[in-house]
Design a binder for this molecule. Structure first.
Ligand code: PLP
Length: 449
């Protein structure tokens, strides 16, 4: 099939995730045909630096044969066996061991799933089971945050706080949402430090309002990813910690994006010095080469759910899929052997921070922020008032298209441009990324004028 035939068949038969089918039908899809290192190429031969690591998952880029070969060998040896009914497979045990080593101290058990959404559903099941076994069944409510992303199953989407999603389904009724720590968008006249404390105190207020005896858990991404790379002010997590220490409430950190090195530490929990009770992971655990997710379970929770008898009636056919686990093992081996995370912490992260900050001088940029190898740009019409171009956030879409034209994949969340490039990026490739982003901003400024 040639390009237009592919686009036509795509239109006729494929329903895409998070897509306006009508728009897509009119514009046609971009057909991506190959990838190498940190670059992807489309069917027209247009090569782009992938500033989004696929969908936050291909952190080691696209050319890691160690991972594809590990999967292939496993598929030939034992392509599938389940881990129900007192069965197990060697790769699942080995990956569980490795995860216990690289995750924060006190997290030594893993429940595998096929994705991040499923893992957050699993969290809801574990939270309920834990409090039931502790004979506190009235602890039911889970507090999350507005504009959070926790996946797209009913459980994941209920936990998430995106209003556009909530309009299209019936949310679980035991989930509550508080303010997000988005200083640029919601901080008003407060300093970032004041606003960080303010946003964290919202958790305390919500707990008081609901009654601590009814609150089971608080879930949060260390940094909101899909919500627009919202890096909380430095005061936020320490204050959240203070609030949680006062009450008997579980902390779930959703590390689906920030796990496995994106901040320059293994996990966002390490970066912020937090001790979660449950920790969701997916995406980069296999470098995107095979679907795999899971939740790390702290000793505090594992002891309860393991010690008390009775079946935990939950699991998925593909929980601990052996080929997925082999992909995870190969990925973690590369991260460790090539000191990828240390390089992000010591070299490429600080370099990106310095270069990205230069973009803040651009006339349509209200803020340029980074942490590790993740970054965001706030597009504004007026730098001082932070006024956007329009209510429909058209500047973001324009900038995304301009960026692709200039050979860089950036994503738009409203009028916030975001990047999360592969962790293997070199200094020269960071220069290339910043230069292409700059050109995209120039083109956007012209188009919006
Ligand atoms: C992507 C994502 C999920 C959902 O993962 P899927 O594998 O798409 O189900 C959950 N939480 C966060 C923070 C994510 O970014």
């Amino acid at each position: 099939m040639n390009k237009s035939q592919l686009q036509q068949h795509d239109r006729e038969h494929l329903l895409h995730p998070f897509t306006d089918f009508h728009d897509l039908g009119n514009q046609g899809t971009r057909v991506i045909t190959s990838a190498e290192g940190a670059y992807i190429t489309d069917i027209d031969g247009h090569k782009m630096l992938d500033g989004m690591s696929g969908l936050w998952c291909c952190n080691l880029g696209y050319s890691r044969r160690e991972i594809s070969e590990a999967i292939y060998e496993q598929l030939n040896k034992l392509p599938f066996y389940n881990s129900f009914f007192q069965c197990t497979t060697v790769p699942s045990i080995e990956l569980a061991d490795m995860l216990a080593e690289v995750t924060p101290a006190g997290m030594n058990n893993v429940f595998f799933t096929g994705s991040g959404s499923e893992a957050n559903d699993t969290n809801l099941r574990i939270i309920r089971r834990y409090w039931d076994l502790k004979e506190q069944p009235e602890k039911r409510i889970v507090i999350s945050r507005k504009n959070a992303y926790h996946g797209s199953t009913i459980g994941g989407a209920s936990l998430g706080g995106m209003s556009g999603m909530h309009k299209q389904f019936q949310s679980l009724d035991y989930i509550e949402h508080i303010q997000q720590p988005y200083w640029f968008g919601e901080g008003g006249d407060m300093s970032p430090e004041e606003f960080g404390v303010h946003a964290a105190r919202c958790l305390d207020e919500k707990i008081q309002e609901l009654g601590p005896e009814k609150v089971a858990a608080f879930i949060a991404e260390p940094i909101q990813g899909a919500g627009g790379v919202i890096i909380p002010p430095e005061t936020y997590w320490p204050e959240i910690k203070k609030v949680l220490d006062q009450y008997d409430i579980l902390l779930v950190m959703d590390e689906v994006i920030f796990g496995f090195g994106r901040t320059g530490e293994w996990f966002g929990a390490d970066y912020y010095g937090m001790k979660p009770d449950l920790m969701t992971f997916a995406k980069a655990v296999t470098n995107g080469y095979f679907p795999l997710g899971g939740t790390m379970v702290s000793d505090r929770v594992a002891e309860v759910i393991k010690a008390k008898g009775g079946e935990f009636t939950h699991g998925y056919t593909y929980s601990a899929h052996p080929a997925a686990c082999m992909a995870g093992i190969a990925t973690l081996n590369i991260l460790r052997e090539e000191k990828i995370i240390e390089t992000v912490r010591d070299t490429t992260g600080p370099y990106l921070a310095k270069r990205w900050a230069e973009l803040a001088d651009h006339p349509i940029v209200g803020e340029a922020r980074t942490l590790g190898l993740v970054g965001a740009l706030e597009l504004v019409k007026d730098k001082n008032s932070r006024a956007r171009f329009d209510d429909d956030c058209t500047a973001g879409g324009v900038c995304r298209d301009m960026s692709i034209k200039n050979g860089l994949v950036m994503r738009a969340t409203g009028d916030t441009m975001i990047i999360a490039p592969p962790l293997i990026l070199t200094i020269e490739q960071i220069d290339e990324l910043v230069e292409k982003a700059h050109r995209a901003l120039d083109d956007t400024a012209r188009a919006m004028a």
